[in-house]
Design a protein around this ligand. Structure first.
Ligand code: NAD
Length: 503
């Protein structure tokens, strides 16, 4: 069976109508072999504008549905995702090139956030606050916000939608999804799974959950529309630099989940066996195409020679292969542009004095597929390409000797997503986690930078955009907070002792 045939049978089993992925002008490809696997009909800007109107109408009805009842829809979505896990996970592997376990893991993440959101639907708590006025009560209530535009990146083609959609739906918000143009098929499949949950739920407002297939121009419709209350945009910092100011210009709300340039710090006391494994997964897993991929590694000079040669050997021997046919740990890059960006970064690293191990193309999957051996680059200093995110498996390794200085270097890049320290020293650990430590949204100890669970709030600082989604209290970003003061007395005292008596 060809990859296109397998893709077709998966899409049909998942419930996608053939006219959604056949016969259209928008080609979609699998990075596994570079083969075309779909021909979709893209949505138009006018169609996107109409979708916004439908979402705005749906909001008026959905916001009045009690939150636990809204949670029931998400519970059913979780059930349908469980039933679809094998097929959807396989489709993720085909479309994004992930290993089978990572493809399935991504669907598991969707299921996990559904479970979380179902519980949340009964816990959208507000506070009761002490008031200075007698006979008064003050409280906070949380209300649905409005339609949420979800713009997603290719590398987590379905999980990021679920992170947003599960929360938005229980919070009372319709969802408009603009998936990456590189991964439209998994988006269609996810919507088909949602449609089954919706059918079991019963009557739902039209336009509660919609998908827009196409390029950035459709995302721009969402970004520009005042009826889209929140833009949750995941992708490059380049994209965020455009989207963020545009949403702000109309006083919209945004959650920006942008690029990372994540680092690990290996200390003299580190468990080096553990650090080796954590760094290998963090830096080479998903072929370096996670926002949380470890891209920089600072190794204490006393353990450099004990760790780095072992890492170089791991890089030389890690299995690279077709994720659909092998158990290889490293699959393909998404496309030719990613390969070229990687080679350009390695050229720049050499020019900056780096010693490059690996990094060359591996002939797997045909001429339109881009498999590479991950690159480990020993750098004399943190300069040139080390300061930027290149979305490919490159790990820049540097020595350090003074703890305060390595923290400075750790924080001296634009992005601020994820970080980790490998140490058995209590002082180093606590300093790394303190206000004077890592400046990232995620700071870990003795685990790598990637592989977050849904229970915590996910996101990062600085050029990563400052947004938070998924667990903890990230739901507050999807709701409108109202402070209510209720006077149950027969007087009208003013706060701060202000007097304003009229006769
Ligand atoms: P990308 O920025 O090229 O595209 C992301 C999405 O933005 C796509 O859907 C694209 O169509 C859309 N888009 C692009 N320009 C737009 C515009 N002007 N207006 C509206 N929408 C626009 O990113 P990518 O290559 O798909 O993904 C890789 C990047 O995403 C990396 O930088 C990675 O670090 C980042 N990422 C971040 C997170 C996170 O949570 N912080 C998660 C995954 C990926």
């Amino acid at each position: 069976m060809t990859l296109r045939d397998e893709t077709k049978s998966l899409l049909l089993r998942l419930g996608v109508a053939p006219d959604r992925f056949e016969g259209g002008a928008m080609a979609s490809f699998s990075p596994v072999s570079g083969a075309q696997v779909g021909a979709l009909t893209p949505d138009t800007a006018e169609g996107a504008a109409a979708a916004v109107e439908r979402a705005a109408t749906a909001f008026r009805a959905w916001r009045m549905v009690p939150a636990p009842r809204r949670g029931e829809l998400v519970r059913l979505l979780g059930e349908e995702l469980r039933a679809a896990k094998a097929d959807l996970g396989r489709l993720v592997s085909i479309e994004a090139g992930k290993s089978p376990s990572e493809g399935l893991g991504e669907v598991q993440e969707m299921i996990d956030i559904c479970d979380f959101a179902v519980g949340l639907s009964r816990q959208l708590y507000g506070l009761t606050i002490a008031t200075e006025r007698p006979g008064h009560r003050m409280m906070e209530t949380w209300h649905p916000l409005g339609p949420v535009g979800v713009i997603t990146a290719f590398n987590f083609p379905v999980a990021v939608w679920a992170w947003n959609a599960a929360l938005a739906l229980v919070c009372g918000d319709p969802v408009l999804w603009k998936p990456s143009e590189k991964t439209p098929l998994t988006a269609l499949a996810s919507m088909a799974v949602f449609a089954r949950a919706a059918a079991r739920f019963g009557a739902l407002p039209e336009g509660l959950a919609q998908v827009l297939i196409g390029g950035p121009e459709l995302g721009e419709v969402l970004v520009e529309s005042p009826k889209v209350a929140l833009i949750s945009a995941t992708g490059s910092t380049r994209m965020g630099r455009i989207v963020g100011p545009r949403v702000a210009a109309r006083f919209g709300r945004s959650i920006l989940e942008l690029g990372g340039n994540n680092a690990g710090v290996v200390c003299a006391s580190a468990d080096l066996d553990m650090a080796l494994r954590a760094v290998a997964f963090g830096a080479m897993g998903t072929a370096g195409q996670r926002c949380t991929t470890m891209r920089r590694l600072f190794v204490h000079e006393s353990v450099y020679d004990a760790l780095v040669p072992r890492l170089v050997r791991a890089y030389a021997s890690v299995s690279i292969g077709n994720p659909l046919e092998t158990n290889a740990l490293v699959g393909p890059l998404i496309d030719r542009a990613a390969y070229e960006a990687m080679q350009a970064a390695l050229t720049a690293a050499r020019a900056a004095g780096g010693t490059v191990h690996g990094g060359s193309r591996v002939e797997i999957g045909g001429e339109d597929a881009y498999y590479v051996r991950p690159a480990l680059v020993e750098m004399p200093a943190q300069t040139g390409p080390v300061l930027e995110e290149t979305f490919a498996p490159i790990l820049y390794v540097m020595r350090w000797s003074a703890f305060d200085a390595v923290i400075e270097d750790h924080n001296a890049v634009g992005a601020g997503l994820s970080s980790s320290i490998f140490t058995l020293d209590l002082r180093e650990m606590e300093q790394f986690l303190s206000a004077a430590g890592s400046d990232c949204g995620i700071a870990n100890v003795n685990i790598g930078t990637s592989g977050a669970e849904i229970g915590g709030a996910f996101g990062g600082e600085k050029e990563t955009g400052g947004g938070r989604e998924s667990g903890s209290d990230a739901w507050k970003g999807y709701m409108r907070r109202a402070t209510n003061t209720i006077n149950f007395s027969r007087e009208l005292p003013l706060a701060q002792g202000v007097v304003f008596d009229i006769d």
